[in-house]
Design a protein around this ligand. Structure first.
Ligand SMILES: [Zn+2]
Length: 63
């Protein structure tokens, strides 16, 4: 099973690497819940957590 990491800045889920390939933010394994955003403009979840780009995101990021 692949351990996904979440970006602390943009919440994107990333499979590899130490930094987020999208924004360069720090990655963490301490996250919960996956949300897949296909159409951010039509998604209430995307709006609620401030996502504007389609992709796979973590709902909660730990500290
Ligand atoms: Zn990021």
């Amino acid at each position: 099973m692949t351990t996904l990491k979440a970006c602390k800045e943009c919440r994107r889920l990333v499979e590899k690497g130490r930094k987020c390939p999208y924004c360069g933010g720090e990655l963490t394994t301490n996250w919960k819940g996956i949300v897949i955003i296909i159409d951010p403009e039509k998604s209430e979840v995307a709006k609620a957590i401030g996502i504007t780009t389609p992709g796979k995101y973590a709902i909660r990021i730990g500290k």
